[in-house]
Design a protein around this ligand. Structure first.
Ligand code: NFS
Length: 668
């Protein structure tokens, strides 16, 4: 029998084999040794008080099972899911809070190393949230924008700022069902309260609040974070980069930024270009400084600066095992504590930087936005100082692939018509004509419990073969990038005939990398723009669009899945359902949510079934919208609204050796 692969990534698999020979443990071995508890895995375990934990198992558990307090299985499963949503929302939104605080400190001059980079985006955002901007100093506008967003966290009543950014009909559904978030913190706290012992016991009522909390994540935390990051560091536009372990260089200092927050990483990017720092690296025997990323901090600096990525979640230990990483700085979220222990077998220095997150065994250099450059310099110097300690220990396995990333909402609009005629008309027309069958958001983590990255890659290839345009984020993007899928050539080789034509005409890959997980908010605003453009659905619900997260593992993924469902997008997650023990909860999330919001959250471990469900949702939406029936290679007429200048810009961006292409800040 063939050996079962742990990772679908060939380089990852080779590093794992190298590690196995030396008995070096990773998440892959730990996942094998530690099987999930079958009771907790399906949501049937309640541990919200200490009369339990109560495990509701057995054939009739749904009807007859009771916890010590009398709680039934649907209540317990619903509570478990709502707590996951609250955890995910808290993570994204606390990150967003810090972004808002940085914007405020930049605007008031307290954070001297930060400035407003994208003034046009600032004005666009100010306009949406009702801040006067014309004729005012930029920093005054930025201060008011920051303060208005900070209100979103602590507001007790009313609606979060960006609720009104949703299509009118979508917002009406939310108002009808009482799920427009008031304030982000309020919804998270209420979720924790309602799921504590002896409070809310009605599964539907609980899950409705779960959706309200999730919307506070999507249209609150995530969207606020994306927009402030664009304002501070620039709105992404196509950029060339590279992915996989080959981004590490044998003769340069390899410093990796890992985690989720872009602020310190942005300053580190800048420091690595400082001639005095480069000179310092040379004085320690290196040819230069090579910055790389992992997980979503990687996505943030990849999108804006073309900093290469070593990949997503399951690659973090393997990166260290190359033996080439001199320092790995981590901020928050998705950082395996195992890296501190693992790093002792190599020369890698692990540096924690957030005041919220420490790991025993790591060095802590605390980031403070008021003193960012000094701290960034200290970190880069630590990496340089560690370069001479590099030994031969390590797999030294290095392959890499080219990547085109940087597809923001603004750029996607621009690429469909140029500076003056940017719109979503061509995309809507291509969908109406059947050239593009539908759109899929491919997101979420990679997971050592499946051949990691494999489900992302399988679904990505099959979907583009079926003329489905993919927008990807987070570790979904990383899994595609480290396989070489994020290039325009991918369309020529693998896309169906309609999608291939569209990609060739514009010069884009069939998988558009939209950024980090918080940038799933870009998918919400793109769907909103498509609804406003006309010809498809006039709300997010009903679009031939589906969200998938085949390898999810984080609570953040659950929050994202739920805010897409509440916004009107059917969502299909891989793996076992964390509420699979309860038929009632499953029915609410699939059938009841679909009736109310035109979205749903499914769990389907079989990737072939995931694919079939995705295409089925898309085709049914096309039929309901009375669009031309999708047939490969047969299209209706469509208008093309691309001006030559725009096309040239995009071709330049996607061409080999091109630098940053497309719009510049003033056109953004
Ligand atoms: Ni998203 Fe980014 Fe990756 Fe999953 Fe973690 S890195 S925020 S949670 S593992 S996609």
């Amino acid at each position: 029998m063939d050996k079962v692969m742990k990772s679908a990534d060939i380089s990852a698999e080779r590093i794992l084999e190298w590690g196995e020979e030396r008995k070096i443990d990773t998440c892959f071995e730990r996942a094998e040794k530690l099987k999930p508890c079958p009771i907790g895995e399906t949501g049937a375990c309640c541990k919200v008080c200490h009369m339990g934990p109560c495990r509701l198992v057995g054939k009739n558990a749904e009807e007859e099972g009771r916890g010590v307090c009398g709680a039934q299985l649907p209540t317990i499963a619903a509570r478990n899911l709502v707590r996951m949503i609250a955890g995910g929302t808290a993570a994204h939104s606390d990150h967003a809070r810090d972004m808002a605080m940085t914007l405020l400190a930049a605007a008031t001059g307290e954070a001297k190393d930060f400035k407003i980079t994208d003034v046009k985006k600032l004005y666009r955002v100010a306009d949406i949230i009702g801040i006067e901007f014309e004729g005012r100093p930029v920093n005054d506008v930025a201060k008011d924008v920051a303060l208005k967003f900070i209100e979103d966290f602590g507001r007790q009543n009313g609606e979060i700022n960006y609720a009104k950014r949703a299509p009118k009909k979508t917002l009406e559904r939310w108002r009808k069902w009482g799920i427009v978030p008031r304030g982000i913190d309020r919804e998270v706290v209420e979720a924790m309260h309602r799921t504590s012992v002896g409070v809310d016991h009605d599964p539907d009522h609980l899950l409705t609040h779960g959706l309200k909390t999730a919307l506070a994540d999507g249209w609150g935390g995530c969207m606020v974070s994306t927009d402030i990051t664009d304002i501070l560091f620039g709105t992404p536009r196509p950029v060339k980069a590279e992915a996989s372990f080959g981004i590490f260089k044998e003769d340069e200092v390899n410093l990796v930024v890992h985690g989720h927050e872009p602020t310190l990483a942005e300053i580190i990017v800048d420091v690595t270009y400082d001639p005095k720092i480069i000179e310092y690296a040379k004085s320690r025997g290196a040819k230069g400084i090579n910055l790389g990323g992992m997980c979503c901090t990687a996505n943030e600096v990849l999108m804006r600066h073309g900093i290469p990525t070593a990949g997503g979640f399951t690659n973090q230990e393997l990166g260290i095992m190359t033996g080439l990483v001199d320092a790995l700085t981590v901020d928050v979220q998705c950082i395996m504590p195992a890296i501190a222990e693992l790093s002792k077998k190599f020369h890698t220095k692990i540096i924690t930087t957030s005041r919220k997150a420490m790991i025993p065994g790591a060095v802590h250099v605390e980031y403070d936005e008021h003193n960012a450059r000094e701290i960034a310099e200290k970190i880069v110097r630590m990496a340089i100082d560690n370069y001479p300690n590099r030994t031969k220990q390590g797999s030294h396995i290095t392959d890499k692939f080219p990547v085109i990333a940087g597809f923001s909402h603004e750029y996607i609009e621009y690429m469909q018509g140029g500076r003056w005629r940017g719109s979503f008309r061509p995309l809507n027309d291509a969908i109406m004509a059947g050239r593009i069958r539908g759109v899929v958001g491919l997101a979420g983590c990679d997971n050592p419990r499946v051949p990691s990255q494999g489900l992302h890659r399988y679904l990505a290839i099959e979907l583009i073969k079926n003329d489905v345009l993919i927008v990807s984020t987070g570790c979904g993007s990383a899994a595609c990038g480290t396989a070489g899928y994020l290039t325009p050539e991918m369309a020529l080789e693998n896309a169906g005939p309609g999608l291939r034509e569209v990609c060739e005409a514009i010069g884009i890959p069939p998988i558009l990398h939209l950024g980090a997980c918080v940038d799933n908010s870009r998918i919400l605003t793109i769907a909103t723009a498509m609804a406003a453009e006309g010809g498809l659905s006039d709300e997010i619900g009903g679009m031939p669009a589906v969200g998938i997260a085949p390898e999810w593992m984080s609570e953040k993924a659950i929050a994202i899945g739920c805010y897409f469902a509440a916004s009107g997008v059917p969502v299909i997650f891989g793996g076992e359902s964390p509420v699979g023990a309860s038929k009632e909860v499953t029915k609410i999330m699939t059938e009841v949510w679909f009736e109310r919001f035109m979205g749903a959250l499914h769990f389907e471990p079989d990737p072939e079934k995931m694919l079939a469900m995705t295409l089925d949702y898309i085709d049914k939406a096309r039929a309901n919208l009375k669009l031309r029936k999708y047939e490969p290679g047969k299209f209706g007429a469509e208008r093309v609204l691309m001006d030559m200048a725009a096309r040239r810009e995009i071709e330049r961006a996607a061409a080999p050796h091109a630098g940053v292409g497309g719009i510049n800040e003033s056109e953004n």
